[in-house]
Design a protein around this ligand. Sequence first.
Ligand code: HAM
Length: 433
Amino acid sequence: MMIQKPKGTVDILPSDIGIWHYIEQVARKLMANYCYHEIRTPIFESFDLFSRGVGETTDVVTKEMYDFYDKGERHIALKPEGTAPIVRSFIENKLYGPDHLKPYKVYYISPMFRYERPQGGRQRQFHQLGVEVFGGTTAASDVESMALAVDILNKLGVKDLKLVINSLGDTEARLAYRQALIDYLEPHFDELSEDSKTRLYQNPLRVLDSKDKKDKVIVQGAPSILDYLSEESKARFEGVKSLLETLDIAYEVDVNMVRGLDYYQDTIFEIMTNDQVFGAETTICGGGNYGNLVKELSEGRQDVPGFGFAIGMERLILLMQAQQVPVPQDESLQVYVVTIGDETIPQAMKIVHSLRQQGVSCEMDVNHKKPKKQFKDADRRGALYTLTLGEEELAKANINVKNLQTGLEKTLKMDQVLADFSQIEELMKEGKE
Ligand code: HAM
């Protein structure tokens, strides 16, 4: 049988790449405006980084890791998410450094790996565009990152998104709430889904997030985490809400919203869509505060809070395509050099070579196609100009230039093309002699 790509992976072909480039370009510009710098960490990390960082009982760690032992018997995992690796790098490279670098702001665009059941917007290799901020200690820092996520999606022209926020409080609040939730759910134990039964004692907050219909009805009456927040967490959450209002960013509070990864505390948020393309409400971007992760992974040596988010690139692209968001195409071919007769090929190559060095995108036929086919090729590929070289032009050191948009055609000196094609473009635009 012919070898095919692994299940849950996708080839991003040249015909699909335009939208990726566009999103990356818009996002990079905005992230630079917000003073974030790019960071690139390895695709694989030690398995323990995720079991300790993301949480031993999370689906990501228990069910979805691509992990293996390498030839040196090291337990390795392909990264399922970007935060734990960046926290590792932050600690290992001592990026907590001097005060003037605080908060320390980075972004990444990277493939991630989760062994999930593939469906629309869910793959086993997917891509995240994410940011992490270290050392921001106030609501203002939370809101700055959230505003960036919203800004990226708005700038791209995505419509009908909903920003949902919640607060998970600090560890103490979560422990108290955890118990309150168990007390509330226990009488309903027999009615809960199998998944929720297992989660009830391991990670009861995840029951709130269940997609099961019966579970959803049960959790509607559950106590609210917001009633368990410390004064400090309450103030921070109030600060987040009021700053979102200051920035005119619409939001909803969902007290039942939790996240699939264990490192969060205080502010969490998701940006969701109800677009039919996904069949159900779907999260495009998720993130929040992880106040203790640096402390945990540095074994208490550093105590720097973090905040970040990640946008799922494939989901974003599906949504943009469903909403028919206009996407500028990558630059098309500028010049196609047509050769008439094999003896013109060396000179044509010289022209192509020179044009490429001048920064002009340029192509010629290398397979002895008939001139008619070459013209067709130039047309099909959307070339702006053809430069045609036949025996006569070669003998007189001329070349025939045609603007394929206007039909204007001129015979010009070869030297002019070799010296500066931009002048010829001017000439051909204006129709000057
Ligand atoms: P997450 O919610 O697990 O958060 O993932 C963020 C986004 O990645 C999701 O909202 C979704 O768009 C996309 N995503 C997740 N899994 C898949 C998949 N299997 N296929 C396609 N897209 C997927 C995180 O990963 C956190 N590290 C975000 C964060 C950064 N929190 C703080 N900093």
